[in-house]
Ligand binder design. Structure first.
Ligand code: GAR
Length: 192
């Protein structure tokens, strides 16, 4: 049986699209659904275009966790990936998906992580600090913001003329290239 992934997302959904494309017709992994907390997020268009089920949950509904867990259970979801997801994941979901839930963060954690460090805010802070490099961090999800143990990081150089747009596109290129592959190898390892 294929391992099923649920993607939790709040934004534009470019990582969601990359993950869906990568696992299309994959022999042992499939993307089952997208769960999103923002009604008008671009990721709903991605889901529709790619023919993937998508569900909206409000913040409170999400934080009470029962309905989400029930949905994940009914659909037989094995793995969760947070791909640009804004809300803190409640302990009940973390407990149920221990060792099977990963997050992607657009900086070299522990630098530029924590509450409020999301999307463009991260890149702006990195540029403001005059960092020579940035990158992406893929880590296990725990109860904090961006504090779970690191699985892998990938770096890029920041040039003198880089701005928000150019840094963001370097980072997204890294994300789209590495996140699906890393997920695949984690799932493969778990299957043994
Ligand atoms: C991605 O860059 C992801 O790393 C970031 O949000 C963006 C979502 O883009 N996540 C965080 O900042 C988590 N703290 P997308 O909606 O186009 O996939």
């Amino acid at each position: 049986m294929k391992s099923k992934i649920a993607i939790f997302a709040s934004g534009r959904g470019s990582n969601s699209r990359a993950i869906i494309h990568y696992f299309k017709d994959h022999p042992f992994i499939s993307v089952d659904c997208i769960i999103c907390n923002r009604k008008n997020a671009g990721v709903f268009d991605v889901a529709e275009e790619e023919g993937v089920a998508a569900f909206h949950f409000g913040k409170e509904e999400f934080q009470s966790a029962d309905k989400i867990l029930e949905l994940l259970k009914i659909r037989g979801v094995d793995w969760i990936v947070l791909a640009g997801f804004l809300l803190k994941v409640p302990s009940l979901i973390i407990g149920a998906y221990q060792g099977r839930m990963v997050n992607i963060h657009p900086s070299l954690l522990p630098k530029f992580g924590g509450a409020g460090m999301y999307g463009d805010n991260v890149h702006l802070a990195v540029l403001e600090a005059g960092e020579p490099k940035s990158g992406i961090s893929i880590h296990w999800v725990d109860e904090g913001y961006d504090t779970g143990s690191l699985i892998q990081q990938f770096e890029c150089i920041i040039e003198e003329n880089d701005d928000l747009q150019s840094l963001k596109s370097k980072i997204q290129k890294l994300e789209h290239e590495h996140l699906p592959q890393l997920l695949e190898s984690l799932i493969q390892n778990e299957k043994g």
